[in-house]
Design a protein around this ligand. Structure first.
Ligand code: MG
Length: 432
């Protein structure tokens, strides 16, 4: 049922009102905070989930359209569990559920427990729960973020910002930045449809480049459907490489902080490792996925956890990726350091290669590939095979959804990259 982040699928086929009701009935405990993104299947799934929780005797706290981090905050505020109805950055025909407890997505053990209880069926107990609305939760979230940034610095500089939410964050990010003193131009703020593909990638934001330059904005912020990813575009209309963006954020978070622990995933680039080490910190690497980053952040008591897909978790915030905080932090960074087109040059890009190979059986192929590799270096294999060398790293990882093996590598010299690419390609091709 569960993937790397909650449950996702096609609405009407994998994701139905029946599943929403059953899931909410077994997961609700004393209360259930319910939020949703802007998908057209959202209202109906929302009512089904609310009915499920009410029938199990649980109260329901209706948050309406909110980003995922707002649901996480609500679970802390109300001391109960929460469900966010969303398929994150998947296309509009998808929907799904993110299950949240104590401000964090549930871990793998709890996912298994929920799955088991779902198999037992709908839990109904007479249904004497009540439905209430929390109309203050967006203000609570804004207040939390305001306490995490230098409001005076932003209010003094008044940056001109284009905000492209294209999803649930449209109810908060433009207003928050405006309250902070930014001059905001909000685009794609519809509450009932996506106007571009939901992932805030370079390709999907290409249309915004000229607009940002034409209106003379200082930078642009773009989110995904459930407001847990943040992408930044500089004043020239260039989307910052995601690892440079993450490096900028880590540098910013570590400046002046006593806590020097940072979490990232097996996809973290050399730049990320360098930035943490330059700041005298330690980096801990987890499997890909915000639940793993959130778990590690709590376990290690880390300052910050970030993935190079634009998802950032702040130790002092909620422990799911919070792109609303990230948007405010990027405004703060701009006010401190100036144009992102210049700032990004401080974080050099090394030589990278990404290859994909068609496999017959992902699991069997990965096992054989692992046996065939003989490189001196620190190897970890809980999420594919990652080998860290002094001057670079490589990652061989099976896709979670297709019969495909991916090879990602980064080295400081082009020659080394080419040599490793040739060696690894031979090994992979021989073993799939
Ligand atoms: Mg998302």
């Amino acid at each position: 049922m569960f993937g790397t982040s909650g449950i996702r699928g096609i609405y009407g086929k994998d994701i139905t009102e029946g599943l929403a009701g059953k899931l909410a009935s077994v997961f609700a405990e004393a209360g259930l905070c319910l939020g949703r993104d802007i998908r057209t299947s959202g209202p109906s799934l929302f009512k089904a989930a609310a009915s499920g929780a009410l029938s199990a005797g649980s109260d329901v706290i209706d948050l309406g359209i909110v980003p995922t981090p707002t649901v996480a905050l609500a679970t802390k505020k109300h001391g109960c569990r929460g469900i966010m109805l969303t398929a994150s950055h998947n296309p509009p025909e998808y929907n799904g559920f993110k299950l949240i407890e104590h401000g964090k997505e549930i871990g793998k053990a709890m996912e298994k427990e929920v799955e088991r209880r779902c198999k037992e069926g709908w839990k109904a107990s007479g249904g004497n729960g009540t439905l209430v609305h929390d109309n203050d939760i967006l203000d609570d979230h804004k207040q939390m973020v305001m306490g995490m940034v230098d409001r005076k610095a932003v209010a003094r500089k008044k940056p001109k910002v284009v905000v492209d939410c294209n999803g649930a964050a449209s109810v908060i990010t433009p207003y928050l930045l405006s309250d902070l003193g930014c001059r905001v131009i909000s685009v794609n703020a519809s509450r009932d449809c996506f106007n571009r593909p939901s992932e805030p990638s370079r390709e999907n934001l290409a249309y915004l480049s000229r607009f940002v330059a034409d209106v003379g904005a200082d930078f642009a912020i773009a989110h995904d459907g459930d407001g847990d990813r943040c992408a930044v575009m500089d004043e020239k209309g260039d989307v910052l490489p995601l690892d440079a963006q993450l490096a900028i954020m880590i540098d910013h978070e570590m400046a002046g902080a006593k806590n020097r622990k940072v979490i990232s995933t097996v996809e973290a680039s050399l730049t990320i490792r360098d930035v943490v080490e330059k700041n005298g910190g330690t980096i801990m690497i987890t499997q890909v996925g915000s639940t793993f980053v959130g778990d590690a952040l709590e376990e290690k008591g880390a300052l910050f956890g970030g993935e190079p897909c634009g998802e950032y978790i702040y130790g002092e915030g909620v422990h799911v990726p919070d792109a609303v905080v990230a948007a405010a932090k990027f405004a703060e960074i701009f006010c401190e350091h100036g144009k992102f087109s210049r700032l990004r040059t401080r974080y050099p890009q090394h030589f990278m290669a990404r290859e994909r190979f068609q496999a017959k059986d992902n699991k069997a192929s990965m096992e054989k590939v692992k046996q065939a590799i003989a490189i001196e270096g620190e190897m970890r294999s809980d999420d594919g095979i990652r080998i860290d060398e002094e001057d670079g790293w490589l990652l061989i990882r099976a896709s979670g959804t297709e019969p495909i093996i991916r090879l990602t590598m980064e080295y400081k010299s082009k020659e080394k990259l080419e040599r490793r690419k040739k060696e690894m390609t031979e090994i992979i091709k021989k073993n799939i």
